[in-house]
Design a protein around this ligand. Structure first.
Ligand SMILES: *[C@@H]1O[C@H](CO)[C@@H](O)[C@H](O)[C@H]1NC(C)=O
Ligand SMILES: *[C@@H]1O[C@H](CO)[C@@H](O)[C@H](O)[C@H]1NC(C)=O
Ligand SMILES: *[C@@H]1O[C@H](CO)[C@@H](O)[C@H](O)[C@H]1NC(C)=O
Length: 395
């Protein structure tokens, strides 16, 4: 409570500062997925997907003439906007321009998927009891079945960023029947291991137990959502002034994701920081921290007593990556602090069906360039298109 109040005070101060020095944001800053899709020539339709455990997810579709479905799954705290904010050079728009039938997922708890049949995200903490595990176990099957049902296809292509891949590793190992529904999974900046991340990311892994206790103490369930104090803080501070852009980009984003100032310019970053973050659960972060801390890609650690009850073992079981038999194309970046080359190498050795591996030619390729890079159409899109065309016999 006290945290919320002090954060609100900070927000008010920031708004006063912004009043003195506001910058004009590009039109795209205030367009949502529907608005961006229309502006760049592919008006979207949307579907409400209901998961087995009652979450209601928004799934967008940019119809493509080829009928070949490509599902895009965003990363942690992100949303479907991310695939389009670079406009004409963005991945979603380029895929649609090339005739693919583009589907944009939104994971439970984000701006577009903050709904449930019975739980209220504003008043029921139970709504937020999920991590990437539930996204892989419940969200993906519901989304995949919807795409296959609407298109009549037997399998789909997927492109994931960061957590958008973690979900698929959970799916493939926990619900093996879904492996055959994936024609190819293009994993951009994949995350299953985090124990080779450099500082400052590694620091958070080290203090993971402390962060866990702190989250419990402060009773935090939703994190960085549009209406949370910290979400409002970020959205009012980062985009609003030149000083805000600089502090957020150079003080937070680059240290966490890898420095690449040529690809993520201040003006564009202002636009991106209106779209991102789009909210998720605290439990998601905690789960990742555990993975990094324990150096095992395993299920959520509830503590010895609850683990015994839930898993019948004191430690949470590791995900069985050898069961992830879907064809996977891994794409990694040398300057990526969440998906380090070392950790991707560990993952690569464990996955049984890696059909393609690319260390991105851009030396400074960081965690965000995959969606937000100014020239991603030069150093990323051609590789993605090549894999899609090859795996679908389509040119
Ligand atoms: C997207 O923006 C349009 C125009 O502002 C609005 O009518 C629509 O409700 C928005 N959609 C969502 C899901 O927020
Ligand atoms: C995107 O590209 C198309 C085709 O090159 C062009 O007609 C359109 O004006 C561009 N849209 C925007 C918003 O830049
Ligand atoms: C729990 O684990 C023990 C030891 O591994 C095993 O013998 C037992 O059958 C398990 N119980 C259940 C319900 O799976």
């Amino acid at each position: 409570m006290r945290t919320s109040v002090s954060l609100c005070l900070v927000v008010t101060c920031i708004q006063l500062t912004n009043y003195v020095s506001t910058v004009k944001l590009s039109e795209d800053a205030n367009l949502n997925t529907t608005g961006l899709a229309t502006k760049y020539g592919h008006p979207a339709t949307h579907y409400d997907v209901v998961t087995e455990d009652g979450y209601i997810l928004t799934l967008y579709r940019l119809h493509g003439r080829s009928g070949i479905p490509v599902l895009l799954t965003h990363g942690l705290f992100d949303s479907s906007d991310t695939w389009m904010i670079r406009g004409n050079t963005s991945l979603a728009i380029t895929l649609a321009n090339n005739g693919f039938d583009v589907w944009l997922a939104n994971s439970r708890g984000n701006r577009y998927s903050r709904r449930h049949k019975t739980l209220n995200p504003d008043t029921d903490p139970a709504f937020w009891q999920f991590s990437f595990h539930e996204m892989g176990y419940f969200d993906l099957p519901a989304i995949i079945d919807t795409v296959l049902d609407k298109t009549g296809a037997n399998s789909l292509n997927a492109i994931g960023h960061s957590q958008g891949n973690t979900m698929f590793f959970v799916l493939g190992s926990e619900r093996e029947e879904y492996n055959s529904k994936i024609n190819v999974m293009i994993a951009l900046a994949p995350v299953a291991y985090l124990h080779h991340s450099p500082p400052p990311v590694s620091f958070f892994m080290q203090i993971s137990p402390t962060i866990n206790s702190l989250a419990k103490l402060l009773d935090i369930h939703e994190l960085l959502g549009d209406n949370t104090p910290e979400g409002r803080l970020v959205h009012s501070f980062c985009p609003a002034s030149k000083v805000g852009h600089k502090i957020c980009l150079y003080g937070i984003v680059f240290p966490m994701m890898g420095f690449d100032a040529a690809e993520l310019e201040l003006d564009f970053f202002a636009t991106a920081s209106v779209h991102f973050p789009a909210g998720s659960s605290m439990k998601c972060i905690l789960h990742y921290l555990q993975v990094g801390h324990r150096k095992i890609f395993a299920k959520y650690d509830y503590g010895t007593k609850l683990n015994r009850k839930i898993y019948n073992s004191t430690n949470p079981p590791a995900y069985r990556l050898e069961r992830v038999t879907m064809p996977i194309a891994l794409m990694a970046g040398r300057n990526d602090r969440f998906s380090s080359l070392h950790d991707v190498a560990v993952l690569r050795r464990q996955l049984p069906n890696v059909v393609y591996y690319l260390e991105n030619p851009r030396t400074l390729m960081n965690h965000a360039d995959y969606m937000l890079g100014k020239n991603l159409h030069v150093y990323l899109t051609p590789y993605v298109l090549r894999v899609l065309r090859k795996r679908n016999n389509f040119d």
